[in-house]
Design a protein around this ligand. Structure first.
Ligand SMILES: [Fe+2]
Ligand SMILES: [Fe+2]
Length: 325
């Protein structure tokens, strides 16, 4: 059975990996510019400067696209909370500290670009958006009370899944916007999220090799308790339901596109270096994934029924309209 390492031991043992991963990241990451992704020629003044204030007809985004854009942007806006979380989970020294700074600077681009796009194209009400940002950032994002926010393994496992979840969500939001400019912008952002995921996934993989039982206990706990960071933002439940209903981020994607590929990459179900605690965790994890599989199938059946009923109602209404015309 592998012995449990202290937080300090983990940070010290993993620092050479953090350095290698940071250098790999810096050699791979593209240095892009937010201003090149925003159609500035569409911009015009608001009433305070002699122009016109926002009204709904100005937006070319569907209700679903608006909801997804706002959730994704408010998530990016809460960067100060996440910075604090990862600075506390990891370390501000050496390669760990360099990564925390670099990651924070890269993440800041995402919020800058998305807000500029939404304000310039009048995609959403800028007053409501600013109100939601104030509420969400004032509340901040906290580590769920179920785990210790100074635990490097919980931190690594959470951000691995979270970065990949964000990548999926941005990518699908780009598609639903039905605007090539938004799609290109969100593809660019999603590519960043993917590189972030790779850094954390490789770090967590190294932690598994170093302390298999301890790392798997953290991974299994995070998989069981995973929540997207949007929980707590204004109107989140309604928006998250829309996002799931329209396939931007739903239980099937969470299981098949986020959890499964990462667990496969870590070789969780084929490794032979776990002791008794790790074996127990693996069995629990396996049972949990089977439950998620059933939940995802149920969700899809329910969604199909709802979407079919909505389509039938729309067709009936259209037929009624043409009958009257
Ligand atoms: Fe981001
Ligand atoms: Fe990211």
């Amino acid at each position: 059975m592998s012995k449990n390492l202290s937080q300090l031991e983990l940070l010290i043992e993993l620092e050479p990996v953090a350095e290698r991963e940071l250098n790999r990241h810096l050699a791979t990451a593209k240095n892009w510019h937010p201003h090149e992704y925003v159609p500035w020629s569409e911009g015009r003044n608001f009433a305070a400067m002699g122009g016109a204030d926002w009204e709904p007809g100005q937006s070319r985004l569907s209700e679903v696209a608006k909801a997804a854009m706002v959730v994704n942007l408010l998530t990016e806006d809460n960067l100060p909370s996440y910075h604090r979380e990862i600075a506390e989970n990891f370390s501000r020294d050496g390669a760990w500290g360099s990564w925390v700074g670099r990651w924070t600077a890269e993440e800041n681009r995402h919020g800058i670009t998305m807000r500029d796009y939404l304000v310039v194209t009048r995609g959403v009400d800028p007053v409501a958006l600013e109100h939601a940002r104030m509420v969400h950032m004032t509340r901040g994002a906290d580590t769920p009370a179920t785990w210790d926010d100074t635990n490097v393994l919980y931190g690594l496992a959470y951000v691995t899944f979270q970065e990949l979840a964000t990548r999926v969500s941005h990518r699908n939001t780009g598609k639903v916007c039905d605007d090539p400019i938004a799609d290109k912008m969100l593809q660019r952002i999603a590519a960043d999220e993917n590189l972030h995921m790779v850094f954390y996934r490789n770090m967590c993989g190294a932690a598994l090799d170093l302390a298999p039982d301890q790392a798997l206990e953290a991974i299994a706990m995070i998989v069981r308790r995973f929540q997207m960071p949007g929980v707590g933002m204004p109107d989140f439940r309604r928006k998250a339901a829309l996002i799931a209903k329209h396939g931007i981020y739903d239980p099937r994607q969470h299981l098949d596109d986020v959890l499964a590929p990462v667990l496969r990459r870590w070789n969780i179900f084929d490794r032979n270096d776990f002791g008794a605690p790790g074996e127990r965790c693996r069995e629990e994890l396996s049972a949990f994934l089977e439950k998620l599989q059933r939940d995802a199938a149920r969700f899809e059946e329910r969604r199909d029924r709802i979407l079919m009923a909505e389509a039938a109602r729309r067709l009936a209404a259209e037929a009624g309209d043409s009958g009257r015309a």
